[in-house]
Design a protein around this ligand. Structure first.
Ligand SMILES: [Zn+2]
Length: 208
């Protein structure tokens, strides 16, 4: 046993030194392991592959709601998303895919949208290049953001901040970039206005 220790101690010491000297790689590996929110793939809502479009790397995160029609917990969120994709890729908009990268259903399920390294879309005047777009399905000027949804949002934001090396200070809402919209609705915006979202994401990242 003693002999084995003579053999292993230098190896362990060397491993520690290598890990210390290569912090980036270590952090990158941890990032992979620490996603707390499960994202359902496109196949789960029968989405089609997006068309090729401008590439980008997200440097900030912008939160939206769909606006328009309400979506309750009993409605079919996956069908709603499928309809958004069909409309967006159709003759009316000719978009490459769903306009947003990640979508949150009223029951807290997170659904995969457009590829995150592809620039999103907007009907307003801001340029979404560099923005990771997270969108709540439904209308949050009229429907409520309950505790469960708030938790999903902050955990998803923390996961994405970690994944792309984005500071929580770079999280904002659509209306912060555009004068043409009240998106993401009063119910969601209230938690940005009082500073809760950024603070909570900072707290979650400290725990990771
Ligand atoms: Zn929006």
């Amino acid at each position: 046993m003693q002999k084995l220790n003579y053999f292993f101690t230098p190896i362990i010491t060397l491993t520690c030194v290598i890990l210390f000297l290569c912090p980036k790689q270590t952090v990158a590996q941890l990032k992979q392991q620490r996603d707390t929110v499960k994202i359902l793939p496109k196949s789960e809502w029968k989405g089609v592959e997006g068309r090729p479009y401008k590439q980008h790397v997200p440097i900030k995160i912008t939160v939206h709601h769909e606006g328009g029609k309400l979506l309750t917990i009993n409605d079919d969120a996956r069908q709603r998303l499928k309809n958004i994709q069909s409309w967006g890729m159709g003759p009316e908009r000719k978009w490459a895919d769903v306009p947003y990268h990640l979508l949150i259903a009223p029951d807290g399920t997170v659904l995969e949208g457009r590829h995150p390294l592809t620039v999103g879309e907007t009907n307003t005047e801001y340029d979404p290049t560099g923005h990771l777009l997270i969108c709540f399905l439904g209308n949050y000027n009229q429907q409520k953001l309950d505790d469960k949804l708030l938790k999903v949002l902050t955990q998803l934001l923390a996961d994405q901040c970690l994944k792309y090396g984005i500071s929580p200070k770079e999280i904002s809402t659509h209306r912060d970039h555009s004068t043409q919209t009240t998106c993401p609705g009063e119910e969601i915006y209230a938690y940005f206005k009082n500073g809760y979202i950024v603070k909570e994401v900072e707290r979650l990242l400290k725990k990771k």
